[in-house]
Design a protein around this ligand. Structure first.
Ligand code: ADP
Ligand code: MG
Length: 699
């Protein structure tokens, strides 16, 4: 049923529910779960309220109401334990009329601190008799845990407050529950001890007590993760069964020539990973493998050797990088490695001139080009291969799934190319299971010998001069320095201004002719960027000021200092990536985190962790916890290809593992889910929510 026909909704609110919360049917609404519950059964004493506490409820008498500014209404309220200031910026007139001094109200809100004093902004104000202790005035259901739903300013302005949401939810449940179809087969519920869907839906919105809520939550989380894993694993199963891959039986001449000429011995981890890839490529199954390895772990060589297996078997390989700078660097490195092999490698980016481009297209078609390195330009329609055998995608998080799938249309090989996705972002296990549940995973968990730990320090603005002196000392010792500024889409304008200001400041403090400072950012032309990058890479510039364009891949072993401005604005994983740009040479390296004036305690803690550890996985886990759905006030998790409604990848790792194991068990028994008892499962995973693109079938 369309949501607009639910009593209390109508077309206007329906449009908002759709645009703000993606709720278009009554069924969608009951699947919009509270992201928090408030225990309305307890009353606090004002003296016991502490700043930073969760929502509290208390009864107090209005003492005094003032308007310090025309836009701010301040009310002091007191009980016999103490007093607290309540602040209103909206609906001031109405509130002023309501809060008559001497009257007693029931207040409900979240304490905050302003100018060192505790207050409460926009608390709910009720008559003490309404909606208190065990009676839920809105949902009409007894119980003391009240759900809090995701909301936005627009929804609130349209009158869809928390209370209204509860009313709508009660309506929706009475419409939906009588006919709701159970999504799990009987046997699954029994084996896993899960409560029925109708019970779970009722309890998740209007819990009887915390025990019932726990059961409901568990059921819904398990269901969500189970279907997701089932869908991913089924895909993987089909692929591993199939004979749809290009068979590459040989190691091949080019591989051996390159291997014999290597300037170093491969690490054990590199060798192991190459063996895994080689086994995939000769298996006759299409490889879909994720290669994880921290910054500097030596993924490029693995990519090169894998590409050479394809070439050695009469096919071609492409290596796709997320930025032009990175593609160029890859191309330079790879060309060097390929010298002993005689394999022809070319570079194709957005700035490749038309003439050269035509030659490349021809060379790819006639097979004279063995390996092509490039950017997104590689997935343009005009690029076609004689026989694309392997597609390597570096730093995949910057490539959309759809972009990846377009590679499939390019091969003349008669079967989809093998795919190797490389990422330097250490992905927590739980996330990897979800994002890449359908991929096989290889990990390079060993660094090449000789990498030095990077000493990380955090400084405020007051220490800037000292930091500059330190940079000068390092430059005097022959080293180079990165200075990185944040650049975030939402604040792009200001960020660019800061970058410019920072650059001018450094150019003044590090004047010519003693110092040369280069700057690289996204608004430069490709030539300008390359010119400045080259100046730094070749050692002609001492300092490189940039945005995060240097985040991935850039290799300047002589750079020993990484200064990160406004470090609190970066995620931990991103900081870790940046830090990986130094510590590549033989000298001791440093990462300096500069912090802005206002740094929250939380940010400070994160940066301190950054100073303490160089373990990318620890940082990634922490990042995920910090950015977990809980922080987002019930809005969608970002960065996931699949939006989870209730389960959290950072907190529900145990349920996820259990769901995955159980999904494996179910598929072992019935790989195609075609038996009658699994009918409901097949029906569920065909829904859009759990859809996983089958890359091998896109054509
Ligand atoms: P990643 O792409 O994983 O961040 P790279 O492939 O760029 O790392 O390698 C980082 C550096 O380590 C490069 O300078 C590379 O030449 C070097 N390197 C790679 N493998 C080894 C090895 N087995 N022994 C010594 N140095 C290595
Ligand atoms: Mg790399």
């Amino acid at each position: 049923m369309d949501i607009q026909y639910l009593p209390g909704v109508g077309p206007r609110r329906a449009a908002l529910l759709k645009s703000e919360l993606e709720v278009s049917t009554v069924g969608d609404l009951v699947r919009l779960y509270p992201f928090r519950y408030i225990d309305r059964s307890t009353l606090a004493r004002i003296a016991d309220i502490t700043p930073g506490a969760a929502f509290v409820q208390f009864i107090a008498r209005v003492k005094e109401v003032t308007m310090p500014t025309p836009k701010r209404l301040s009310a002091i309220v007191a009980d016999n334990s103490g007093e607290i200031e309540l602040v209103f910026f909206k609906g001031i007139k109405w509130m002023q009329a309501k809060l008559v001094p001497g009257e007693v109200f029931l207040f409900f809100g979240k304490p905050a601190v302003f100018n060192g004093k505790m207050n409460m902004v926009h608390p709910e104000v009720d008559k003490p008799s309404s909606g208190i202790v065990g009676r839920d005035s809105s949902g009409g259901v007894s119980g003391t845990l009240t759900g809090v739903y995701p909301s936005t300013e627009k929804l609130k302005n349209a009158g869809i407050t928390g209370k209204v949401m509860l009313k709508l939810m009660a309506e929706a449940l009475s419409t939906v529950l009588p006919t709701v179809e159970e999504t799990l087969p009987e046997y699954v519920m029994k084996e896993k001890g899960l409560v029925p869907l109708s019970y779970a839906l009722r309890q998740i919105h209007f819990p009887q007590d915390s025990n019932a809520l726990a059961k409901a939550t568990y059921r819904l989380k398990f269901e969500e993760l189970f279907f997701l894993q089932l869908s991913l694993l089924k895909q993987k199963y089909i692929r591993s069964r199939g004979e749809n891959g290009i068979r590459m039986p040989l190691v091949g001449e080019p591989f051996n020539k390159c291997y014999d000429a290597l300037p170093y011995t491969l690490t054990g981890a590199q060798k192991r990973v190459i063996r895994e890839i080689r086994d995939d490529m000769r298996s006759g199954r299409q490889m879909n493998r994720l290669l994880q390895g921290d910054v500097g772990s030596g993924k490029t060589m693995v990519a090169v050797l894998s590409a050479l297996i394809a070439v050695g078997n009469g096919h071609q390989a492409c290596i796709m990088a997320p930025t032009e700078v990175l593609a160029q660097q890859h191309f330079a490195n790879i060309s060097r490695y390929l010298l002993p092999t005689g394999v022809k490698v070319v570079l194709l980016t957005g700035s490749t001139p038309a003439g050269a481009r035509r030659d490349i297209h021809a060379g790819l078609m006639d097979g004279s080009i063995g390996i092509i390195v490039g950017t997104h330009a590689l997935i343009e329609d005009t690029v076609q291969f004689r026989s694309l055998g392997l597609a390597i995608i570096d730093e995949q998080h910057r490539f959309g799934v759809d972009q990846r799938s377009r590679l499939w249309t390019k091969t003349g090989a008669g079967a989809p190319p093998h795919v190797l996705v490389m990422t330097a972002t250490p992905i927590p296990r739980t996330l990897a299971m979800t994002l890449y549940g359908d991929l096989d995973v290889s990990v390079i968990d060993e660094m090449p010998p000789g990498r030095k730990p990077v000493q990380t320090m955090m400084f405020g603005e007051g220490k800037r001069d000292a930091v500059y002196s330190f940079m000068k000392a390092q430059i005097a010792a022959g080293r180079q320095v990165f200075v990185v500024y944040p650049l975030i889409f939402e604040s792009e304008k200001v960020d660019y201004q800061n970058l410019e200001k920072g650059f001018e400041d450094i150019a003044t403090k590090f004047p010519l002719p003693d110092y040369k400072v280069a700057i690289v950012h996204g608004r430069q032309s490709v030539q300008e960027k390359a010119f400045n990058m080259d100046a730094f890479a070749a050692g002609r510039a001492h300092i490189l000021v940039s945005t995060t364009v240097i985040e991935v891949g850039v290799d300047v072993p002589n750079a020993s200092v990484m200064v990160i401005e406004s470090a609190e604005r970066f995620g931990l994983s991103q900081l870790h990536q940046l830090r990986g740009r130094v510590g590549r040479g033989s000298e001791k390296s440093f990462c300096i985190l500069m912090t802005g004036k206002k740094v929250s305690t939380e940010s400070r803690k994160r940066l301190e962790l950054m100073c303490r550890t160089e373990d990318g996985f620890v940082l990634a886990e922490e990042d995920m916890k910090m950015r977990g759905p809980g922080d987002l006030e019930g809005t969608q998790q970002s960065g996931l290809p699949i939006a989870l409604n209730i389960a959290s990848l950072s907190r529900d790792g145990i349920i996820l593992t259990d769901a995955r194991n159980y999904a494996t068990h179910v598929l072992d028994d019935d790989p195609t889910l075609e038996t009658e008892k699994n009918g409901p499962l097949l029906r569920e995973i065909r829904k859009d929510k759990y859809a996983v693109k089958d890359y091998s079938k896109i054509s």
